[in-house]
Design a binder for this molecule. Structure first.
Ligand code: TYD
Length: 137
């Protein structure tokens, strides 16, 4: 699965509230190694601004909303607004991403790898060079 896409999680919703869940190999397209969460982000902040060499992620906005812009190795761009806690956005490796948080958003990230700074591509010029290489293969 190399294209960013929405995953619909199983959930129960009743007068008692909403419960959604994700399990390895069932809804997650990788073995889960790490969970992180991000909140208290001001509306004027843009997070992200990087890609990963190998790590894949599924991000879930469990409160508020998050606008996500992605660009893959072919230069194709994808825009998503996440505001449904029963949905996750699958982000493949080698996708440049940027995120804006709205309405006191709470974002949970599920990742395929342990945290390793060397897996990050933070320099846009490095990403551009990889795109050029990819397009000419
Ligand atoms: P980063 O992934 O750059 O945040 P964002 O893409 O949301 O802007 O991470 C910010 C900092 O937090 C960076 O110094 C690395 C650290 N970090 C960890 O130590 N472990 C993690 O699992 C994550 C996601 C980040």
């Amino acid at each position: 699965m190399e294209i960013p896409q929405i995953i619909n999680f199983k959930h129960t919703n009743s007068e008692k509230g909403l419960l959604a869940f994700a399990e390895n190999s069932i809804k997650l397209p990788f073995e889960l190694q790490r969970v992180y969460w991000i909140t208290q982000v001001s509306d004027d902040v843009v997070r992200g601004g990087h890609a990963h060499y190998t790590s894949m992620q599924v991000i879930v906005c469990v409160r508020g909303s998050v606008e996500v812009q992605l660009e893959d190795m072919t230069g194709q761009r994808f825009d998503f607004t996440l505001s449904d806690p029963t949905q996750g956005l699958y982000i493949p490796k080698l996708c440049w991403g940027a995120m804006k948080f709205k309405n006191d958003a709470l974002l949970v990230g599920l990742a395929s790898d342990l945290y390793q700074e060397k897996d990050y591509i933070r320099d846009r010029a490095v990403f551009d060079a990889l795109q050029r290489k990819y397009k000419h293969v």
